[in-house]
Design a protein around this ligand. Structure first.
Ligand SMILES: *Cc1c(COP(=O)(O)O)cnc(C)c1O
Length: 397
């Protein structure tokens, strides 16, 4: 008989190390921004989802401080019990206004918004059809729902149609799930075609706008606005933790959908309400998104400049549709080596490896607050990566 029921954990960790899949957090010092301090050195930050540079903005910080003074640090209970405060509702109305929906519901994180909404919207007799590259929170929400799950090939509308033709009729209700901007590839879904298929096969559609809110669309409402689909029937999810510089998540849609989720989404009913500080910071961010469209314009200028410099250096990202630009590398070891060499050249960028993604890559995210010199330094550093074990960086995927 084995004597230690926990021994497998160390063996499992050893396997993770051997595959170069081991991960651990790096400590960032000071406020977030285009330059951050790591291990006592200033690095240009291409590893953050703070697309508009709001997480270190004085106005968000003041809003959080003021809300903490007025309402305290914790919400003290679930929203239905004792944790519902005035700023929560103000934030929900501001989200609904941005998204042009009847209502919205704020969750304590984007992950919890997806878990709770998907689990509430589908059940055992239903079908969930999901893009193969969807975020972990959508995938786990689908599992939690107990519905039958079918994945379609990434962004492949033909395959989605084939799967619907094959499976839809055997289930009561159907929910299609997709990221609008894919977090680890940076490409975007074909929303109008997805909406057409949802209509044709009588399916609900939930889109995850985590990387699109504040970034895409004339007013920053996201890909739904970008594709002029705001009037069509769908459910939108997003996060307060990326371009909005705070923490939390939301679902926006018809009043009946939101009312239903308030009663049925387990990750909303049974968790503590978002803290007053996070709520107020997100509310301040939404008003900045509304009155400072030049931030979004600057972000897209920076993206265009980076794409131009990459092109002249012969470096071709997986996709060029969003501020997320990913450069495929040979394997996990090469990704680690590349990230290390970038760090030595003053650049902070993420080495993304399996099991997060099938193909290892360097993930670069652009911010509105990057200076042209930051972007030039990035491309110089990327061009210098040329040793034999990371020579794949310049190869097209
Ligand atoms: C980050 C992310 C989430 C989760 O949002 P959090 O607020 O960080 O929990 C959900 N979906 C996608 C696509 C994401 O990138």
């Amino acid at each position: 008989m084995p004597t230690d029921p926990y021994a497998w954990i160390e063996q499992s960790l050893a396997t993770i190390h051997r595959a170069n899949w081991y991960r651990s957090p790096q400590t960032v010092e000071g406020r977030p921004g285009p330059v951050v301090r790591l291990d006592g050195r200033d690095l240009i930050n291409f590893a953050s989802n703070d697309y508009l540079g709001l997480a270190g903005d004085e106005r968000l910080i003041q809003a959080a401080v003021n809300a903490t003074q007025e309402f305290g640090t914790g919400s003290t209970g679930s929203r239905l019990l004792s944790g519902h405060r005035h700023p929560h509702r103000q934030l929900e109305l501001a989200i609904a206004q941005l998204k042009q929906t009847e209502d919205a519901l704020v969750f304590s994180s984007g992950y919890l918004a997806n878990l709770g909404a998907v689990a509430a919207l589908a059940g055992k007799r239903d079908l969930i059809v999901s893009d193969q590259y969807n975020h972990s929170s959508l995938k786990n929400g689908a599992i939690l729902s107990g519905a039958a799950i079918v994945e379609y090939r990434h962004c492949d509308i033909e395959d989605l149609k084939t799967q619907l033709e094959k499976h839809r009729q055997h289930h009561r209700r159907c929910l299609i799930l997709t990221d609008t901007v894919f977090s680890m590839d940076g490409d975007i879904c074909q929303l109008p075609a997805l909406l057409d298929l949802a209509e044709e096969f009588n399916c609900m559609l939930l889109v995850d706008e985590a990387h699109a809110t504040g970034v895409f669309g004339a007013t920053g409402a996201g890909c739904v606005e970008h594709f002029s689909c705001a009037g069509r029937e769908l459910i939108q999810m997003g996060t307060l933790s990326k371009a909005l510089g705070s923490l939390g998540g939301y679902i926006a849609g018809k009043a009946s959908v939101i009312d239903f989720l308030r009663n049925r989404a387990p990750s909303w009913v049974y968790t503590t309400g978002l803290s007053p500080a996070d709520t107020a910071a997100a509310l301040a961010a939404l008003s900045i998104v509304r009155v400072e469209p030049q931030r979004r314009a600057k972000l897209w200028q920076n993206v265009a400049y980076l794409k131009q410099l990459l092109r002249s250096s012969g470096i071709i990202p997986v996709s060029q549709e969003s501020p997320i630009l990913c450069l495929p590398v040979l394997d996990a070891g090469a990704a680690i080596a590349a990230a290390k060499q970038l760090k030595a050249s003053g650049i902070f960028a993420a080495a993304v490896r399996p099991p997060t993604v099938p193909v290892s890559r360097i993930r670069i995210t652009v911010m509105a607050t990057h200076e042209p010199a930051h972007i030039q330094q990035l491309v110089e550093a990327l061009s210098a990566i040329n040793c034999s074990d990371i020579n794949d960086l310049k190869r097209v995927k």
